[in-house]
Design a protein around this ligand. Structure first.
Ligand code: AMP
Length: 282
């Protein structure tokens, strides 16, 4: 496995491959990331995993500085998972000048959910993903469903710019108790880690209610928010949305969408200082 820091060396190394597969990450890898790598491996003729903590997608008060950076352990895990190339550029390499050209995703995709609570987040994500696509020139890239809205934004970016890249979704990998794996789980204290499963449980409760025919979404959402708040969480949102566009379904269409795999429940909430997100398709 090659570990490459510069764009020039990456290009030189990938010259001759016809179908690079890319798994973009911010490092501090867990089994969820490695599942993406294993899924991507047979899809291309060379597998590149990128590791880059992207300053552009963090707000000033967020955890850019404290985000765990564990390059050596990440490389060991990637090698064991069958990765061929780790592209781990420095900030000076990926952003040699301030990145003033940016990709601005449309507000109908980003004014809601994560984009509402993290203004500018998807501009940062799209800009770095576009840049990683330019560096690696993959024919296929794998993203996790854990970041459901991100996956949708990237798919639409690729479609609207006619990028010749197939975007593949990978299901959310969970710990035994149901907590979605995340690098940010490392911030949780022992007590918080035991509590953290309540986010996925709240989403499951909402999903079960929808499957059982509930149509009062405002009530479902309020009850889920109240239940987490009562346990000491600070929820940003727990929402029922249409899978197709992440908009709130009309009351009249909820039952049909629930029966025909048309809904997703999404949640984001802070436990102590740690902000966790999760989602479940219904
Ligand atoms: P990150 O390093 O958090 O930027 O994540 C890199 C990629 O891994 C993204 O496509 C995420 O959606 C994906 N990912 C993160 N956690 C999980 C998980 N538990 N299951 C599946 N994919 C994940």
């Amino acid at each position: 496995m090659k570990i490459i820091q510069s764009v020039a060396a990456l290009r030189a190394h990938l010259d001759g491959f016809r179908r690079p597969a890319l798994v973009p990450t911010m490092g501090n890898l867990h089994e969820g990331h490695l599942a993406l790598v294993r899924q991507a491996k047979p899809l291309g003729d060379v597998l590149v995993a990128s590791i880059f903590v992207n300053r552009l997608q963090f707000l000033p008060h967020e955890d850019f500085d404290s985000y765990p950076r564990t390059l050596q352990a990440d490389c060991d895990a990637l090698q064991a998972a069958g990765c061929d190339v780790v592209f781990a550029p420095t900030e000076a390499e990926l952003y040699p000048q301030p990145q003033t050209f940016k990709i601005n995703p449309p507000s109908e995709l980003t004014d809601l959910l994560e984009g509402h609570f993290r203004p500018g987040f998807f501009t940062g994500v799209c800009t770095v993903v576009m840049k990683l696509f330019a560096c690696v020139q993959p024919r296929v890239a794998v993203f996790g469903q854990k970041d459901y809205q991100q996956l949708m934004v990237i798919r639409q970016m690729v479609q609207q710019f006619a990028l010749p890249i197939e975007i593949v979704a990978s299901p959310t990998l969970r710990a035994a108790d149901g907590l979605a794996l995340s690098s940010r789980n490392n911030y949780l204290s022992k007590k918080e880690r035991l509590e953290a499963v309540q986010l996925s449980q709240a989403l499951q409760t909402m999903a079960r209610a929808l499957q059982a025919g509930a149509t009062d979404m405002a009530r479902l959402e309020q009850e889920a928010m109240a239940a987490l708040t009562a346990r000491g969480w600070q929820p940003d949102y727990l929402c029922v949305r249409r899978r197709a566009d992440l908009q709130a379904p009309a009351a009249a269409e909820v039952a049909a969408l629930a029966q025909h795999a048309g809904l997703v429940v999404l949640g984001a909430a802070k436990l102590g200082k740690t902000r966790l997100i999760d989602n479940l398709e219904v």
